[in-house]
Design a protein around this ligand. Sequence first.
Ligand SMILES: [Zn+2]
Length: 414
Amino acid sequence: MQEALFCQALGLTSPWAVERVALDVERSRIDLYVVWQARSAPCPACGAIDQKLHDHRQRSWRHLDFFQFEAHVHCQLPRVACSGCGAITQLKVPWAREGSRFTLLFEALGLTLAREMPVAACARILRCADNALWRQIDAHVQLARAQESYAQVVIIGIDETSCAKGQHYITLVHDLEQARLIYATPGKDASTVKRFVGDFKTHKGKPEAIEVVCMDMSKAFIAGTAEHLPAAAVAFDGFHVVQLANRAVDAVRREEARGEHWLKKTRWCWLKDKGRWTPKERDKMDWLPHTRLKTARAWRLKEALRDIYKVRTDAIACTLSLKRWLHWAQRSRLAPFKELARTIRQHWSGIVKAFDAAGLHTGYVEAVNSLLQAAKAKARGYGTTDHFIAMAFLIAGKLKHLPLNPLQKARPLA
Ligand SMILES: [Zn+2]
């Protein structure tokens, strides 16, 4: 009776069956013994039906907890000797991925938790080793990603993000229309674009169909795109342009702070979004930006630039506003802003392109970046770039073929 119940819970169909259930109350553990109740089996290698069983191998899998009991599944797993292809092959089990010591349901729960918290914390809750959990994440992300199609992708964003302290970077490529991560690779040089194009083709992507590549003004991405995606227009997104303006403000402030002591400790006020000032910062910034300080002038320039991108009326209006802004910046007598104006002029067509390319979700790229950096900080960094990449796909890949959360609300009975 209880064997039949567990058979259903594990989703087994004949000739798989639960033969025995052993509950050990003292050790808080339940063991389920599964058997293949037939004398023959189809060959897992070539599919020939009704082949002889050769021998059996003892295998065990950790399963989802059963109430407070740690559950394990065991099986004397048959190997099939095939008269057709001659191979001796172990039967595949329906409850686990090949090579895994955990059931699929256990792995699905691990993946669900890993989206929400650092892997080390998931491993503590699930009472398994971090490494085991990482292997599950890597394997499922790889399997799920292999099934993704990028055939419809026409607008992409390329961005870099830091992977660890020091010089480790990874390059991320996003499908900007569907707001999903489609590629990630170590490094941030021009060869990253080449690797992306190779991978893109294996997912039914058509490189010649890519219309717009959105990016920062890094020479490497510009060169890589020109070489490997020659048909695509380049657009430099507003987020990165405003970021450069922020750096210019900081350069002006640093220079000026040498003479003006009370400018010290105001760095973040100038760089932060107005809306995010603390009450104390707001008091200070009530009057500072309106002074004749160079930093204040720089800040007003930066804010005006940010507004052009924030308001985003239409491409023509934005282009006009930006031209006016360039005049202002050039007459500002602030070297970092004159420099920024030069940079913008040099990249003019790509900057204007960003105004009219429909469907440019640059806010999305920014959001994913901060999501990944937050996950990294919570995990106190990732041991390897591989882990960071697997996590990036788990969080931002919108992978359609990952196993579902087994603890989702039960379907109502029909
Ligand atoms: Zn065979």
